[in-house]
Design a protein around this ligand. Sequence first.
Ligand code: NDP
Length: 292
Amino acid sequence: MQVLDGKKAGQAIREEIRLQVAQRLTEGKKIPHLAAILVGNNGASTTYVGAKVKACEEAGIRSTLHHFESDLTEFQLLEKIRDLNNDPDIDGILVQLPLPKQIREEEVIRAIDPEKDVDGFHPINQGLLMQGLPGFIPATPYGIVLLLQHYKIETTGKEAVVIGRSNIVGRPMSILLSQPGPAGNCTVTLCHSKTQNLNEHIRRADIVVAALGQPEFVKADMIKAGAVVIDVGITRVDNPSKKSGFELKGDVDFSNVSPLCSWITPVPGGVGPMTIAALLQNTLLACVRRNN
Ligand code: NDP
């Protein structure tokens, strides 16, 4: 078994981005600027946004964090997004999900200018993705593609099973794996909570992407020997022996599954850092597209 080290691969991509941003600076071109919006004080969301802002800083990308109280109205948030859409200095807009229940996520996502939608959640970008046209690919599946490419994992002709059909992870992942091109050309089965005989589907797979948000759901007896296993799940599970009071668990029972795999991502240190690297890549791309 070999580890698909997202920390290492993500660092290499972020260094490449840093060099490109530095090059833009010496050429007198615009430096990318990401606006991140955080509503409320959810611990996990605060951590994720903090990590994204820090990664921007390290890559020389400007970032501005707009932090609002949890009683922010949908109208107020839409106003903020409108301002950021109209601000020529802003290249990318990220709204950290989930949002408080008085705010409809679909409305917020649709309000973001698709050309600044560096999370790739806007229906226009998702449509472009479906047609294999240039747009913004959602950061987590894009990060997984970059990870597969970094480790030169052969995907052509492979059976891939994606567990989870969300618009931000599972569904776009299934499209990317089935598209012609790098990290594609798979025969993909997309599974969800209504899938019959889920274990049989997973057991057939050469590549498994687990994105269901159920800690340690994927067990050793579901995995074909030699499979590549990508664990997207991150769940905070109570653990009083930890200083934080919790530990992060993936969707895969790592200790029992890993001996069977050819490659596997750890949690943490697998898909998470790749999501951040992909977000930075999208932010640089947005800046290049908007400013040359
Ligand atoms: P969602 O809750 O939006 O989607 C979960 C999907 O899993 C749904 O399609 C659901 O099916 C399916 N599912 C749930 N339970 C089962 C089951 N028992 N068997 C089969 N399918 C099931 O989650 P997300 O896609 O947003 O996220 C998934 C996980 O990935 C979470 O742990 C999240 O924290 C993590 N994540 C990690 C990121 C990273 O950077 N590493 C980034 C984004 C997410 P149905 O549609 O039928 O309800």
